[in-house]
Design a protein around this ligand. Structure first.
Ligand code: FAD
Length: 414
């Protein structure tokens, strides 16, 4: 049988979409196209926090779908995605009590179990779950026991393997240069080696490169690749292996255990966006700022915020610096849905630095659309993700790139 549903990009979005289409019974029709290594783009670089507690109800629903998808991968496909359910501690000094209580109340409205901690209870929780945290900066906290992190490469390839068991085929060395259409309908995908693959449905899940395929189709996507980054310390006794994820809303910082060390990120004074036309296909060795390739200037800036919370940072060695592109949108919303004028053409991108956490929801969202079945999100929430919501604009202009970078500086954490 001719495979007529083509997905461009085997990052975590493409892999999850393939899995969800296969679960809907379409596996034999799906071909997943990748030009490099599956999960070799942004996906393998992620810190991969899976946190449900978010301001936006639509985003909470997406993450909750990811939890469901992981349970299915573990229970029905015997996959190990490296899930570590260590819980997340949202903490701050006493001045942050009202803000933290508001987070606890908001989470409770969405059925997310959380425990309010202050005084001795906060001190005990911090010394047990995050002894590196200065106690006076964690005078109050909310602990969400079900939050977790995963190994992003394992989760992405688990979606892909499970999709394979259900009939999906992966085609490597497939560098898509154009999506062809005629009479308002998707017709085929063209590869750089000249191969033409017929298609009635194409899903653009090409990550930071998605605009290179979408702009020629008259649909500029409102997003740009913005530098994401974090650091991993040297191991130390103050980082328990079963320590919690820590979110510090006041300084927009996050941390999680990393085999006896600490992985952490912090609010950036100067987020940087790149013109996607300048991004190499292979991200190995790519840095946004060649003058600060190892991230030391950024760490020094972030340390101003971080040191009061994390005094050991001053004397601690840094073992690794990880950086890569995440697609930020000026309104902070994903880009999920149909091309408004070309039948059979769909887009799934605009992760805003949280695509691992959103992956299950993204896969289900697109599978619902392709199968023409009712979506799992209320229509008004789903409409916020519409790819054409901004209309015509230049997604490569410096002003637009700056607007996308600004979204990262407003990002709360996680
Ligand atoms: C440093 C860092 C930390 C992060 N931390 C977190 C976190 O804690 N939690 C979280 O949820 N998210 C996190 N993220 C974000 C997360 O990694 C991304 O949201 C997610 O990986 C996006 O997946 P994707 O499939 O859209 O993109 P990608 O993984 O980049 O996949 C896109 C794929 O498309 C392929 N492709 C592109 N163009 C073509 C073409 N023309 N033809 C064929 N193939 C093509 C690419 O080769 C690539 O494999 C982080 C990201 C970074 C960089």
């Amino acid at each position: 049988m001719q495979r007529d549903i083509l997905i461009v990009g085997a990052g975590i979005f493409g892999a999850s979409i393939a899995f969800h289409l296969a679960r809907a019974g379409l596996g034999e029709r799906v071909l997943l196209l990748e030009r490099g290594q599956p999960a070799g783009g942004a996906t393998s670089r992620a810190a991969a926090l899976l946190t449900q507690v978010r301001d936006d109800p639509a985003l909470i629903a997406l993450v909750q779908e990811t939890f469901r998808a992981i349970a299915t991968l573990e229970d029905e496909f015997a996959e190990d995605v490296g899930r570590r359910t260590v819980g997340a501690l949202h903490a701050g000094p006493a001045t942050q009590a009202d803000a933290l209580r508001a987070i606890a109340a908001h989470a409770a409205r969405f059925g997310i179990a959380g425990e309010w901690l202050e005084g001795d209870a906060a001190r005990t929780a911090v010394s047990r779950r995050a002894p590196w945290l200065a106690p006076e900066q964690a005078a109050c906290a909310v602990f969400f026991p079900d939050e977790c992190f995963v190994e992003p490469y394992l989760l992405s390839t688990a979606y892909q393997r499970a999709a394979g068991q259900l009939g999906v085929k992966l085609r490597l060395d497939s560098d898509v240069c154009a999506i062809r259409h005629a009479d308002g309908q998707t017709q085929s995908v063209e590869l750089t080696d000249g191969t033409l693959l017929p298609a009635s449905i194409v899903i653009n899940a090409a990550g930071a490169w998605a605009n290179l395929l979408s702009v020629p189709l008259g649909l500029p996507l409102p997003m740009a690749p913005v530098r994401s980054q974090y650091w991993i310390s040297e191991p130390a006794e103050c980082f328990p292996r079963d320590g919690a994820i820590v979110l510090l809303p006041e300084i927009r910082a996050y941390a999680r255990p990393e085999v006896g060390a600490l992985l952490f990120g912090v609010r950036e004074k100067t987020p940087v966006a790149a013109d996607p036309r300048t991004l190499p296909a292979d991200l190995a060795g790519f840095v946004f700022d060649p003058d600060d390739a190892e991230g030391w200037n950024n760490l020094a800036e972030g340390a101003d915020y971080l040191l009061p919370y994390f005094p050991r940072l001053e004397s601690l060695g840094i073992a690794h610096y990880i950086t890569g592109p995440s697609n930020y949108t000026p309104d902070g919303r994903l880009i999920l849905g149909r091309h408004p004028d070309i039948g059979g053409l769909f887009v799934a991108t605009g992760c805003n630095g949280n695509g691992i956490a959103f992956s299950g929801g993204v896969g289900r969202f697109i599978a619902d659309l392709v199968c023409d079945r009712p979506g799992f999100l209320p229509a008004d929430l789903a409409a916020g993700f519409a790819p054409a919501r901004v209309g015509q604009f230049d997604p490569f202009s410096p002003e637009f790139l700056n607007a996308c970078a600004a979204t990262r500086s407003k990002k709360r954490s996680g």
